[in-house]
Design a protein around this ligand. Structure first.
Ligand SMILES: [Zn+2]
Length: 120
């Protein structure tokens, strides 16, 4: 059950990414999209594999049918408010590995966006 729910989550996200890309392509009167590049951060809650899995069915019969999807995975980084140490984090509850400080400031890793649309 949990797995199906996760896929549903990625399906709607993939759908909105694809919709946005198509909307843009139509507005710019693009005839063909050569590549769709998206950034997914480790804290976005989105599983890249699941997005890839949903992508081909979501794009079927659309302007993006056959357009390769490139996913840039972005590691999450946090900065300690106490000592300024920066480290890789995997959730919002990580503590500073240097001083044990709490509430690390998130520097990156929440990305979920279209980075680039390569067009013809
Ligand atoms: Zn610290």
């Amino acid at each position: 059950m949990a797995k199906a729910k996760n896929i549903m989550h990625e399906l709607s996200i993939t759908q909105s990414i694809v919709d946005t890309a198509i909307e843009y392509a139509q507005k710019e009167q693009v005839s063909k999209v050569l590549e769709l590049r998206v950034e997914i951060g480790a804290l976005s809650g989105v599983v890249p594999d699941a997005v890839e899995f949903c992508y081909s069915s979501v794009t079927q019969g659309t302007l993006l049918d056959g357009t390769p999807l490139v996913i840039d995975w972005i590691e999450a980084k946090g900065k300690c408010p106490e000592c300024g140490h920066e480290q890789i984090i995997d959730n919002y509850f990580n503590t500073c590995e240097k001083c044990g400080g709490l509430a690390l400031e998130v520097i990156c890793g929440e990305e979920l966006r279209i980075k680039e649309l390569e067009v013809e």
